[in-house]
Design a protein around this ligand. Structure first.
Ligand SMILES: [Zn+2]
Length: 303
């Protein structure tokens, strides 16, 4: 499937796969769909961006695109949110898992004119599992919440720490190769009541297998002791509002504040925190948008 490309008529035709397997951490997903499943009725003719306002990537829910702003752009906004543009005029935008299907990109150029483009965001089909049972009530004790609140605060602080790393300009690599055991966006619905969706991609692995940085970045969080849910948690900022989180590690090899390069070993697979078995949970965010690492890293390389 062709992903959205500037100046190219975009035709996304459903790659609907009929397989709906139960979603469970560390449970085989027979074959992770590649290209990712897009709603079958989506047939889009995207308005081509002018050559001087190019955009390349996955213009779809959970996707990410890198663009070039028109010459003399002084300000760029995406759905009203300010977006930074680097010295070469390059910028990054991404689409949340539940992003609306229309988005607006607006460049203001030096003479005060603005160039606005509407983007049609392809709707994804997520793996939904309907459970004919009530959702288990959360039994968060006061003791748990006492531990949890500062953890959430640390995660929020880490996400707010935007570095000037240029990792976002690189082609991302998989931090671990192996069987994909959980898809981003998968969700269980208990008698009509939706549970939180799966916010990352799970890759099954053996405890101790090295995990590598998918792109250059700055370590913004390296847990000294396991977090209650995430276990040994490591977070890397790739610049331009893009960051990665690696959960359930058995070991963290880099310190907070360290600069890492793509491919560098940053830790090892484990099952710390709330995990049913050893695997790597890799989550990515762009500002507040939760995005699908599989769309960004591309097909899993065969060993
Ligand atoms: Zn996971």
């Amino acid at each position: 499937m062709k992903l959205a490309r500037a100046g190219v008529m975009l035709a996304i035709v459903g790659a609907a796969s009929g397989c709906v397997a139960p979603v469970k951490d560390s449970t085989a997903v027979a074959s992770a769909p590649w290209p990712p499943t897009v709603a079958s009725e989506v047939r889009i003719t995207q308005e081509p961006l002018p050559a001087n306002f190019a955009l390349e990537g996955a213009i779809m829910q959970g996707g990410l695109a890198i663009g070039t702003a028109p010459a003399d752009t002084v300000a760029l906004s995406f759905n009203g949110q300010s977006v930074s543009v680097d010295a070469e005029g390059r910028f990054l935008i991404a689409f949340d898992r539940d992003a609306p299907l229309l988005a607006t990109l607006k460049a203001t150029v030096r003479d005060g004119r603005s160039i606005t483009r509407t983007l049609i965001v392809a709707r994804r089909e997520w793996r939904i599992e309907r459970i004919d049972a009530p959702m288990r009530p959360t039994k968060d004790t006061e003791a748990f919440l006492l531990l949890r609140r500062p953890e959430l605060q640390r995660i929020a602080t880490a996400r707010a720490a935007h570095s000037d790393s240029r990792g976002w300009r690189q082609r991302l690599i998989w931090p671990l190769t192996g069987r994909i055991s959980g898809l981003f966006g998968a969700q269980r619905i208990y008698r009509g009541e939706p549970a939180a969706y799966h916010g990352g991609v799970d890759i099954a692995g053996i405890t101790g297998t090295p995990v590598r940085a998918p792109a250059d970045g700055i370590v913004v969080l390296a847990a000294e002791k396991p977090f209650t849910l995430e276990g040994d948690l490591l977070m890397i900022d790739h610049g331009a509002g893009l960051n990665s989180a690696f959960l359930h590690l058995s070991r963290i090899d880099v310190a907070q504040g360290a600069q890492v390069t793509r491919g560098q070993i940053i830790g090892a697979v484990g099952s710390t925190g709330r995990a049913t078995g050893p695997h790597l949970h890799w989550a990515m965010k762009w500002n507040d948008a939760r995005i699908d690492p599989m769309l960004i890293a591309g097909p899993m390389p065969t060993p």
